[in-house]
Design a protein around this ligand. Structure first.
Ligand code: ZN
Length: 128
């Protein structure tokens, strides 16, 4: 009885774990790639003259730079959430909203497997 229930839950958890681990690997690969891109851009910038103001190429590099920086920031945030989701899964609190403590609906988790809060709480948080 108990063993059966635990067996099913264990299997589900295992499936979730590998799904989350896969997602995490994907996110970390994105972080690594962006870091490489930014590094390349940094060297490109360094090899330019310091006189970027009069250099149209310098402006392009700057805007590329800030775009990549933004992407890297959000990728790092995703990586943080992925790690936290795996941690919560190990603790048995995965899928529970960090704010209201209610179960996060499965369809919301399907859209964003790493989500820490249910949609209402997340949007409340975003609005500040
Ligand atoms: Zn909530």
């Amino acid at each position: 009885m108990t063993a059966d229930t635990e067996g099913t839950a264990g299997a589900t958890r295992q499936a979730l774990r590998s799904m989350l681990a896969e997602e995490q690997a994907r996110v970390l690969a994105r972080v690594a790639k962006l870091e490489v891109d930014i590094d390349a851009l940094t060297s490109a910038r360094r090899s330019e003259s310091d006189d970027d103001e009069h250099d149209p190429e310098g402006v392009t590099l700057s805007s590329q730079w800030s775009m990549l920086g933004g992407l890297l920031e959000s990728a790092r945030e995703d990586a943080r959430q992925a790690e936290s989701a795996l941690h919560r899964l190990a603790e048995g609190t995965y899928g529970v909203c960090a704010s209201c403590g209610n179960a996060i609906p499965a369809e919301q988790l399907e859209v964003r497997p790493f989500r820490e809060r249910c949609v209402p709480c997340a949007s409340k948080l975003e609005r500040g």
